[in-house]
Design a protein around this ligand. Structure first.
Ligand SMILES: [Zn+2]
Length: 219
């Protein structure tokens, strides 16, 4: 009888632990990405990220590296990644099979001049899909670049005046659709800088931890 009770108890414990295990929520990770900088808004963006213990990947433009070298150095701190966003930031980057690679290499040269090292992390303007051809993608990847798009777009950079409440609502619905891994597209501009504290709070309240996208990140 005692043995029966023991085995019954063991069985209940095993079944219970399987149920609890099965119900354990999947870890949710949010990767903040910030395009088009640096700008005069960068220091406030970095302060706000640090306040929330959030990392970020900054996809920077060549001319802005040269205009704001000190802000690039601020981005190069722990928990942040400096990635490449190119030179032209218009259709020119997609003009020829080699033009995306040429633009990223030029941007990387500017970064190397400043930091003494290069980046392998790339975001092409407006996203790689459908803009990059297979050949352009292949040339970038063969050169060692890792291309990252996003799956949450709060649309914080549409038009001259950005509707803050619409951005926050887009973020909330985007997170719901994204599931446990959210790569969030933001831009280095004043309106985003001012809303960032609230943006990060919404992400935290949705149960995400912050991760930093870098060359080792695999989705
Ligand atoms: Zn951009």
């Amino acid at each position: 009888m005692r043995r029966f009770v023991f085995f019954s108890l063991a069985a209940v414990i095993i079944i219970f632990s399987v149920i609890v295990d099965g119900a354990a929520p999947e870890k949710k990770v949010a990767y903040i990405t910030i395009d088009d900088g640096p700008t005069l808004n960068t220091p406030h963006i970095i302060d706000t990220l640090r306040k929330h213990g959030a990392g970020a990947a900054f996809f920077v433009l060549k001319d802005r590296i040269e205009t704001y070298p000190d802000y690039i150095k601020m981005m190069d701190g722990s928990g942040f990644t400096v990635g490449l966003h190119g030179v032209s930031h218009n259709g020119d980057i997609y003009a020829t099979p080699t033009s995306p690679l040429t633009e990223m290499n030029e941007t990387n040269d500017a970064l190397y001049k400043l930091l003494g090292r290069r980046s392998r992390v790339v975001r092409t303007p407006y996203g790689s899909k459908p803009n990059l051809t297979d050949r352009q993608r292949q040339l970038l990847e063969t050169a060692g670049y890792k291309i990252f798009d996003w799956n949450v777009d709060p649309r914080d950079s549409i038009g001259a005046v950005v509707d803050r409440s619409a951005v926050l609502e887009n973020l909330r619905s985007g997170l719901e659709e994204a599931g446990p891994t959210a790569v969030i597209l933001l831009h280095d501009r004043k309106s985003t800088s001012e809303a960032l504290d609230e943006i990060l709070s919404i992400i935290e309240a949705a149960g995400y931890e912050f991760g930093t996208l870098d060359e080792n990140t695999v989705f």
